[in-house]
Design a protein. Sequence first.
Length: 228
Amino acid sequence: MENRSNSPPHVLIFPLPFQGHVNSMLKLAELLSLAGINITFLNSERNHKLLVRYTNIEDRFAKHPGFRFQTISDGLPLDHPRSGDQLMEIFDAMKLITKPLFKKLVLETKPPVNCIIGDGVLGFTGDVAIEVGVPIIYFRTVSACSFWAYFSIPDIIEGGQLPIRGNEDMDRLITKVPGMETFLSPLEQTHSYSTHSKTLKGQYCPKSELSAPRSIALGLSKSTYKRS
């Protein structure tokens, strides 16, 4: 019992299987490893094969004895293109197939997982964490402004400022995002609703943002938006 109490915590990190998300959360994993925390980095089988083939990822993390990679199915066949216009297929497959696999993995992983850091758009990681009694931290690979804009989308719609239809002014101010009233207008979040809200970002993203309060903490990426 004494040895167990003196052992470092074991954190499982699970990014969305898109390269930008994986890169950001690999950096997070590296920083936590430097702090002496044991890390299991869970990646999709397809993404991990690409990382091993085209990068020095294994050599990069070999210097961290408490770090290990583990893979899981993203729910799609290997020949699926996983292209931008099929994003909802990926989300649906992960919710249907990856979620139960993830729960089984968390329960069976040794040493036991003390905390899950899940990608903020993978809401099911929070579902599983609650079911198995493990703390969940959501990590968003976007900036604080982007997260807050998505989080505020229900209020923006209720205020009649979205969706933007037809020839309406795309550069008008969106004033329903507290603290960003004077400069949020032509951002990507607004464009996501330019015609209707039945899109990936129109449906899935706001739901994922609204699940953030149930986590014990929220991590955000530091990034900058520049207007051209």
